[in-house]
Design a protein around this ligand. Sequence first.
Ligand code: GRF
Length: 203
Amino acid sequence: QRIVVLISGSGSNLQTLIDHSLKGDLHGDIVGVISNKADAFGLVRAENANIPNMVLDHKMFESREDFDLALIEQIDSFKPDLVVLAGFMRILSEEFVSRYQGRLMNIHPSLLPRYKGLNTHQRALDAGDAEHGCSVHFVTEELDGGPIIIQAKTPILMEDDSASLQARVHTLEHKIYPLAVSWFCSGRLRVTVDGVMLDDNCL
Ligand code: GRF
């Protein structure tokens, strides 16, 4: 399966996906990486792995729709089966989301449906939650609202601050994102009207 990854920053999730793909357990190849930020470190990771990569700066476009149309054009040039958002810090238009419906995944640093949007770690701390985590989900028009594929959680400790929590959740992200992608790529994951269906030979 052909995978395109969209990033805006460090790309540690991208790195994990690259590592798993090289090991052969992703059941897919990362055929392109696109960043909306020229200084995203994830571009260096792609370059080091010899993965075609490019920058598409949203500031060069007058509207979200114009940017998304250009983004669609670039993504489609890679002919992907799956589009993976890995720290891509842009809200996507209706047209974009519907074009990749059922083959567009995101990872979000909270136990959805809790804490959609930003500052999830601080919000979990402020709420006095006992646990926190991350979720991989299919993307729909509702921000951070599509069918959940897999979640991982960690207890919130007395001594935690936003940074320590973020670090722990990041480690969990690196475990669950390759799993979700490999399930999709091996055809074991289906979106139904009720949510996500996993075949029983997944684990
Ligand atoms: C992750 O925390 C992810 O959940 C969020 O953006 C961050 C990306 O981190 N959507 P990285 O660039 O993969 O290191």
